[in-house]
Design a protein around this ligand. Structure first.
Ligand code: NAP
Length: 355
């Protein structure tokens, strides 16, 4: 098995190394690819020093699986070449997500949609974290409307954004002015609207993705959604505040029971100690944390719940989900068992996120 990692030096690429190692993903070769800037560098890959090569027209020859996380432009240019070379492609970018013939997969929600596709898209990270708790509730009591505000970590904008937060925090604490480069606003000690362009409807690109992708994944084109996406000065793990209206009355207790037995969800909801999901608690975790589950007091019919959820967008929002999709697609393509693909083989419809 030969595996290409396109964007191996980036924030998601580096997270893929940890996830593949942790899951015991078996490969004869990991071919690390990035831009010209990184060609010749050596990075730690699954515990081995491994050389990075420049991505070019020949890089993807002989590859069985290619994980793309180098932006939509790179995916648009090189994913078709990988497919042509016979590879399964798992793409973390937005390039193909809304193409009707490309499955948009959250393994705990719609693994069956993989079918025999060889090009598979990983959804937007904020959409994944939102849908992990919404999908099991929606299965029991169909969703009507979702209002969500996100508190998104800077690593969602890549490795350079993390460097910017760290260096800016040091500068500001030393009494110097913040000098934004990756973001349009200072990111240290600041909260600002998501740094994607605003469309004529007043929504930014991140909000538009959340709506379109949630509808596609849930197979619910009529779902009414109103997201507001924000950046907060947090290194990793997005937190979201959710108001969800359902078709029938639902209580916080019912929701807590459903979520407690749902895959890849951890309920952190201890009102007596004020212990609820935080970005730090979610960092490095594979589960999405859910808490503050309560009835929306503004809906007298009792159809609406409010909660917060937090998830590590580099793991469940990107690398972990990509690897799970790759494992499932390989199983379907080769007829192998999960254990043959991943030694730790947590494949299937059960709790895939826990060791
Ligand atoms: N960060 C997240 O939380 C997150 C979550 C979900 C999805 N995503 C998606 O994942 C993708 C990568 O995001 P990231 O945060 O990892 O970004 P990043 O930290 O900026 O990394 C980008 C990677 O792409 C490589 N690259 C850039 N231009 C290239 C080119 N022309 N040819 C080959 N490689 C090139 C970079 O190589 P160099 O190091 O050589 O520049 C680097 O390895 C994006 O599509 C993003 O939307 C990110």
């Amino acid at each position: 098995m030969r595996v290409a990692i396109v964007g191996a030096t980036g924030a998601v690429g580096q997270e893929l190394s940890g996830v593949l190692a942790q899951r015991g993903f078996q490969a004869d070769e990991f071919r690390l690819l990035a831009s010209k800037r990184s060609a010749g560098k050596t990075v730690d890959w699954c515990g081995q020093p491994t050389k990075v090569h420049e991505l070019n027209a020949k890089s993807l020859a002989g590859i069985d699986v290619a994980f793309f996380s180098a932006g939509a432009g790179v995916s648009r240019e090189f994913a078709p070449r990988a497919l042509q070379a016979g590879a399964i492609v798992v793409d973390n970018s937005s390039a193909f997500r809304m193409q009707p013939d490309v499955p948009l997969i959250v393994p705990a929600i719609n693994a069956d949609a993989i079918c025999d596709a060889r090009l598979l898209a990983v959804p937007n990270c904020s959409a994944i974290i939102l849908l992990m708790p919404l999908a099991p509730l929606h299965r029991v009591n169909p969703l009507v409307r979702v209002v969500v505000s996100t508190y998104q970590a800077v690593s969602g904008a890549g490795a350079r954004a993390v460097d910017e937060l760290r260096s800016q925090a040091r500068e500001v604490l030393a009494g110097q002015a913040a000098r934004p480069a990756v973001f349009p606003e200072p990111c240290a000690f600041n909260v600002f609207s998501h740094n994607t362009p605003i469309g004529p409807d007043g929504l930014n690109v991140e909000e538009t993705k959340m709506i379109a992708e949630s509808r596609k994944i849930l197979g619910h084109p009529q779902l009414r959604m109103a997201p507001t996406c924000m950046r907060v000065p947090v290194v990793r793990a997005h937190l979201e505040s959710v108001t969800a209206e359902f078709s029938w009355p639902i209580t916080a207790e019912q929701a807590r029971e459903i979520l407690t037995s749902a895959a890849c969800i951890r309920v952190v909801d201890d009102a007596s100690t004020n212990r609820f999901p935080t970005s730090l608690l979610a960092s490095g975790q594979d589960d999405v944390l859910v808490g503050r589950i309560r009835r929306d007091a503004s809906d007298p019919r009792g159809h609406t719940l409010q909660f917060i959820c937090a998830g590590d967008q580099l793991r469940i929002g990107a690398a972990l989900t990509a690897v799970q999709i790759g494992e499932l697609a390989l199983q379907r393509a080769t007829g192998s068992t999960g254990a043959e693909v991943s030694e730790v083989g947590r494949i299937g419809r059960g709790r895939m996120c826990h060791p």
